[in-house]
Write a protein that binds this ligand. Structure first.
Ligand SMILES: [Zn+2]
Length: 329
């Protein structure tokens, strides 16, 4: 048994046909975790779809109405980059429910992993980049509404910038200039801005989708081809900077598998080992400060889908190892 819960439903599968997004990855991760004995059946919790009321904590009534009545314009559907269907709407409502459940259990157990979610390109009034509903933002807003948390931090390690996250939580933010970055031979760049109640960190490849990158609290714009050691240095620096400025009640880790060097949509060069170290670093830093961590999976487009599955399963292993390690300051 794991010392925390995994949130999963077979209905996380996205009915989008042949697509670069490997919609079957959720089922494969679930199966792999069981086959390898990393998890037992009792470790999994089945989510319910989020309520419309929960979705409306983040998304506009107009957008929600269009989704529920199937009346997106052709342009809006094109921007989503996945074919619209009522079944797809259901899968996104379910992913949001899963992230709410994961956030609730993270507060109980220190960690919880949604074997899905991380749809960080969804905006209040539209979806894009395979993301219809911003499940992580819905979970944060729901826990705030329930008075379970007052503050949250998103740590987005998907190779693509968390544009939806930045836009949703940008309300009270004032740009505060550029942070001094670590000395590195690599020409990455760290931008920062003051946060409201949600502090957003995004580490991403600069030269990649989305073209327009709204300001996160901290954005680390990485050049093409960054490898393990440089990436981990930037991540360490961003986490330290963020946690000097802000004390979150919950950390939402968006553990994208697409910084991997074999990714079809990414241009960074992390190895499987480097991605494990990335996960371990996030969990270690959070645990040292007693911050609960809610994990979502976001993107992953490895040429071999089994690599994507491995990266996501390794995140579960890293969470287990971090929870079983003695706490150090
Ligand atoms: Zn991505």
């Amino acid at each position: 048994m794991l010392p925390f819960k995994l949130i999963y439903s077979d209905d996380y599968y996205l009915p989008i046909g042949a697509h670069v997004f490997p919609a079957e990855k959720y089922r494969r991760v679930h199966a792999r975790l069981l086959e390898t004995g990393i998890a037992a059946a009792g470790d999994f919790l089945k989510p319910q779809p989020a309520s419309d009321q929960d979705i409306l904590l983040v998304h506009t009534p107009e957008y929600v109405h269009k989704l529920k009545t199937g009346t997106l314009s052709p342009q809006e559907e094109m921007q989503l980059e996945v074919p619209f269907s009522p079944e797809l709407v259901h899968a996104f409502w379910l992913a949001a429910g899963g992230s709410i459940l994961a956030a609730q259990h993270a507060l109980q157990d220190g960690v919880a992993v949604n074997i899905g979610g991380g749809f960080h390109h969804a905006f209040p009034d539209h979806g894009e980049g395979f993301c219809m509903i911003h499940d992580v933002a819905v979970a944060i807003r729901r826990l705030r509404r329930d008075d379970k948390i007052h503050t949250a931090m998103t740590v987005d390690c998907d190779v693509h910038q968390g544009n939806g996250t930045a836009a949703i939580f940008a309300g009270t933010r004032v740009p505060s200039g550029t942070l001094p970055s670590q000395s590195s031979q690599n020409a990455g760049r760290m931008r920062s801005a003051h946060a409201g109640d949600v502090f957003t960190i995004s580490l991403h490849q600069h030269n990649n989708y989305p073209a327009w990158k709204p300001l996160s609290s901290i954005d680390v714009d990485l050049p093409d081809g960054v490898g393990d050691d440089d990436y981990l240095g930037w991540l360490d620096n961003a986490l330290s900077s963020g946690l000097r400025q802000f004390e979150p009640d919950l950390l939402c880790y968006i553990a994208g598998a697409d910084p991997y060097r074999e990714d079809q949509l990414g241009g960074l060069a992390l190895t499987l080992e480097g991605l494990k170290r990335r996960d371990a670093l996030v969990f270690r830093v959070a645990r040292a400060r007693k911050i609960p961590v809610m994990v979502t999976f976001a993107g992953g487009y490895a040429r071999n889908v089994e690599d994507t599955v491995t990266i996501h399963c390794n995140t579960v292993l890293a969470a287990r190892d971090a929870l079983s390690a003695p706490r150090s300051g």
